[in-house]
Design a protein around this ligand. Structure first.
Ligand code: ATP
Length: 234
């Protein structure tokens, strides 16, 4: 297992948000974390990356426990995080945004350069001198992912990458994520869009009300349509 999460509980103040969440992802595979608005997907990611102060449970990344470690240390170990809100530097160009994310190479994972990322996201190649603030939402989302890859992560948590994108851009996003997987990256993808998730993912975990309601393959999910009907907006 590249990432193993056992009995994760999280609180915001006194509000108990995650209840004994257990999930894992094998190296080189993609897991979709599915759930409706407010199910706890973002909180799960924020907890894994060290951004929720009040958390219990065990998290092992690449064989090492990371629970309780500060976010900057977890990121430095190779866990990349692409938040839902696009966090680019609007006053910097595409190329400058990429250089801000640059980190030294890491053994066993692709060493990304801006040229490789322009191949992965051809839209960005045409915009390399454009300021981040003068780009569409979809382009900003791609730039956020590209900048995260400049850190040469081994595992990337992607929070709703298809959200709010035009259908044509969703297709490009799916192709890019499939290519990232082909290059050996491990991904956890939070999604409300079951169709998009199944294009990319090997397995699915469904959460609802901060609890895991299903974990298995898409074939398992298809064999039990009542699960999606109950816990997903389909
Ligand atoms: P979305 O797609 O809306 O982001 P989600 O599955 O990512 O949904 P979370 O954002 O993790 O869900 O929210 C889980 C629960 O935690 C929700 O009930 C939400 O209202 C609550 N919550 C989120 N952030 C906070 C916060 N800072 N303080 C208190 N409660 C919060």
């Amino acid at each position: 297992m590249m990432l193993e999460v056992r009995d994760l509980n999280a609180w915001y103040g006194r509000a108990h948000i995650l209840f004994d969440v257990t999930l894992g992802v094998e190296r080189g595979t993609v897991v979709a974390l599915l759930g409706r608005n407010g199910a706890g997907k973002t909180t799960t990611f924020a907890s894994l990356i060290g951004l929720v102060p009040s958390v219990t449970g065990a998290v092992t990344f690449d064989g090492e426990p990371i629970q309780g470690r500060p976010a900057h240390e977890i990121v430095r170990r190779g866990l990349g995080y692409v938040p839902e809100d696009r966090r680019i530097f609007t006053g910097l160009t595409v190329e400058e945004n990429l250089m801000v994310g640059a980190q030294p190479p890491r053994p066993g994972v692709p060493h990304w350069t801006p040229e490789m990322l322009y191949e992965l996201f051809p839209n960005l190649a045409e915009l390399r001198k454009r300021q981040g603030g003068h780009m569409s939402g979809g382009e900003q989302q791609m730039l956020t992912i590209a900048r995260t890859l400049m850190g040469n992560p081994s595992l990337v948590l992607l929070d709703e990458p298809s959200e709010g994108l035009a259908p044509r851009i969703v297709e490009q996003m799916a192709q890019a994520l499939i290519e990232m997987k082909r290059q050996g990256l491990t991904l956890i993808l939070s999604e409300q869009n079951l169709h998009f998730a199944r294009l990319i993912s090997d397995r699915a975990t469904i959460i609802e009300g901060g609890r895991v309601r299903f974990a298995g393959t898409f074939a398992d999910l298809d064999a039990n349509p009542e699960i999606s009907a109950q816990h997903l907006a389909v």
